[in-house]
Design a protein around this ligand. Structure first.
Ligand code: AMP
Ligand code: FE
Ligand code: FE
Ligand code: ZN
Length: 281
């Protein structure tokens, strides 16, 4: 068993379509892949069809952008019912807010003499996809402003940049309850990654009490000490421990299957879910 529970497609900021992502997961020797696009389930149907065709297990998931005290926190939600109205409305609200946020970021850059238009950003986004800073990065690459996404983030798009504008994002407790309410299982994504500013032990305790199901311990953006800390906290609060790649196609260095989840841990997630089913190979 080789289980990778975190990957993005062109339904958000990955560079491969859902079908291409599933085919790449099969080619990488995975037995189970989760599609977890930011704030959307738009890639699910295409991924299901591809998984049946490829003969690979598929987990339908999402990665919800949350925020607390201006800290950006990512919450994975596995196997929720996509038609749950409260969850669907909240995801739509976040996606809508990302549109006006992008207009404002582009305006700030244009006012500062950086040659970029919203049309050029739009040209980088698949129909119906969640708009994000990586699409702005791609447009800046096409315009010759920066050589790649990484440089775009380092120079212009990072959270502390003067061009940065936030978007609507729910508090983690609200998002945890929405995922549970839709029959899904909430797992905190890369909790101690540098980018995601500090999450305290007390926050993990608070969120475990609110219904958090697991911690993504094994992840490229975690140092060995972060992994140990995640495992220690997971054991203390009886949370599932996962490991995943956070693959974004060519948009990031993360490779499919570079971190995986133990089958015993994965089955604990499945047992807790009552939204949609795992697509079996
Ligand atoms: P947003 O959700 O629009 O604020 O954009 C955040 C997304 O940017 C995250 O999901 C990351 O996948 C992506 N990201 C952050 N830093 C980088 C980077 N250095 N290179 C490529 N993608 C990045
Ligand atoms: Fe991303
Ligand atoms: Fe994330
Ligand atoms: Zn991710």
């Amino acid at each position: 068993m080789k289980i990778d529970l975190h990957a993005h497609s062109t339904a958000s900021d990955g560079t491969e379509s859902p079908a291409e992502l599933v085919a790449a997961a099969k080619a990488a020797g995975l037995t189970t892949i989760a599609i977890t696009d930011h704030d959307t389930t738009a890639g699910w149907d295409e991924a299901v069809e591809a998984a049946i065709h490829e003969g690979i297990g598929l987990v339908r998931g999402i990665e919800i952008s949350c925020s607390r005290d201006y800290r950006s926190i990512h919450l994975l939600g596995y196997l929720p019912d996509p038609d749950d109205p409260r969850l669907a409305i909240e995801l739509a609200r976040a996606r809508d807010s990302r549109v006006s946020r992008m207009d404002r970021m582009v305006q700030r850059m244009a006012d500062d003499g950086i040659p970029i238009t919203i049309e050029e950003v739009r040209a980088q986004v698949a129909p119906g996809a969640t708009l994000g800073r990586p699409h702005l990065a791609d447009a800046l690459v096409v315009s010759g402003v920066v050589p790649d996404r990484d440089e775009a983030f380092r120079d212009l798009l990072h959270d502390g940049s003067k061009y940065y504008v936030g978007h609507y994002a729910p508090d983690p407790v609200a998002a945890i309850k929405l995922v549970r309410g839709a029959g899904g299982v909430p797992v905190l994504a890369h909790p101690f990654a540098m980018r995601t500013a500090t999450i305290s032990d007390e926050m993990v305790q608070e969120w475990a009490a609110a219904g958090l199901g697991g911690l993504e311990a094994h992840h490229r953006d975690h140092e060995p000490a972060d992994v140990e800390r995640a495992i220690r906290l997971a054991e203390r609060h009886h949370l599932v421990i996962t490991g995943s790649s956070d693959y974004h196609g060519t948009g990031k260095l993360n490779r499919l299957g570079e971190f995986t989840t133990e089958p015993r841990q994965w089955s604990r997630i499945v047992e807790q879910s009552h939204g949609v089913k795992v697509v079996q190979p």
